[in-house]
Unconditional design. Sequence first.
Length: 578
Amino acid sequence: MNDRSDTNAVPPVALHFIDERVQADLAAGRYGGRVHTRFPPEPNGYLHIGHAKSICLNFGLAQRFGGLCNLRFDDTNPTTEEVEYVESIQRDVRWLGFEWGERLYYASDFFERIYGFAEELVRHGKAYVCDLGPDDMSRYRGSLTAPGTDSPYRARSVAENLDLLERMRRGEFPEGSRTLRAKIDMASPNMNLRDPVLYRILKAAHHRTGTAWSIYPTYDYAHPLCDALESITHSICTLEFENHRPLYDWVRDNCSVPARPEQIEFARLNVTYMVLSKRKLLRLVNERRVLGWDDPRMPTISGLRRRGYTAEALRTFCERIGVARFTSTVDIVQLENALRDDLNKRAPRAMAVLRPLEVLIENYPSDTVEELTARNNPEDPAAGERKVKFSKRLFIERDDFREDPPKDFYRLGPGREVRLRYAYYVKCTGFDKDPATGEVTRVHCTYDPATRGGDSPDGRKVKGTIHWVSAEHAQRAEVRLYDHLFGTEFPEEVGEGQDFMVNLNPKSLEVVRDAALEAMLIDAEPGSRWQFERHGYFCVDVVDSRPGAPVFNRAVSLKDSWAKLEKKQHAKGAERTR
């Protein structure tokens, strides 16, 4: 495989400030005209949409500037990392459309060399073994307004530090009893430079190295070294690491590494109605508030994929929101619109009635079944047409009928005429009700045979068009209607003493177990995406579907003007009752 991107031309106009930075470096001849980035996830959870932005940024920079991008696992904490996460991360990056070729790395690939750099720092008097425990170390560290105090072990000799470091490696000391610290400046205004920890004792098996190591490097120490050892030029990370950059530079400049990568920070992604913290998402999984990392309500890439999102939609979303220096929150509508725009062009249409109400067409022949022509996708002429069966008994949506419809309700009601999609005009002549519950059980209509195909030869107009399925030919299936996992725009903003879990949306999932669908949908392939007309875009669930028994997940709803009108009317009604 050729590791080089097929596109070697520098774009004529910078897309964002990191592009500008890279262009300036290329113009100045830095790094020998190379651009080499990396995506460095820690394998301690599944990737979420914030990581998708980072993936698109790092791999996208390499593609635009004819460079390379590595995939590197920051596996420096064996207590939280699992092979399952490693596999899921690779699957997600590939699904998004990016490849790393032969450039798959792990921080653990460099453990021996990283340890060698630690010995080098000790020999040069720039690191020491410290016996302070976590509480004492925090106390000695000082505060934002007061300088720190030198550790009483800071003056140990080079020989003693080398001996203790080697014994730490051999596992002679218990966890938490000793650390290796950089000797920088305990009075620095940057807390990250107050003799930060480089190694800590962790007697835990590693998913790749087993029990070979009893000490593990910290992220702040390992990351710049791995970047340098991989010849990275531009080390892109999120804004919370901005204050860590001086430490990144210190490690890079005080170790005899073969390259001098540069750290550049950008604002992490925040999206309304979402929590984008792996730690908090892990809580949701462990406390069974969701059905796993790939629950379609989760903001994980695997959850979004299972829900019905496409890689193209996520890449479009990341491109549209851009790359910024300052933290902000993106409205989830932008994400949903990216999916609508994508699926509108590619998803075949189908009619599905989620809450069936029977319609009996009184003047339609009982022994007749017609095949009417429906378009598969009006946005794609090549998608062609299909045949849908029409008969005397139909199902329509229960919400498409009102006994006493309001003025702006353009669907079916007593004496009202509507168009059945692809079929005929029908007019309501009456309805039946359950005497015990008062619920409408059947609507009676007549149809106009002259309006076949949905047009009236006499020029008569109707305002409403509703979808339907033939009751005799409909297939039943389970449909899952997903909403936001959290019920508030900013779920992490909670009152004192409260937990973000209080903002979980109890109506984030509604399961419709007996929806009536067009017959063809019974054989829909897992992972295939459809537009249920007037309902939204749906995906056949890849986990729970079975041959002849598909389960449909709603990926995103359609924009529905009547739903907005109903919401306004309900709000006005509530206001009047106050």
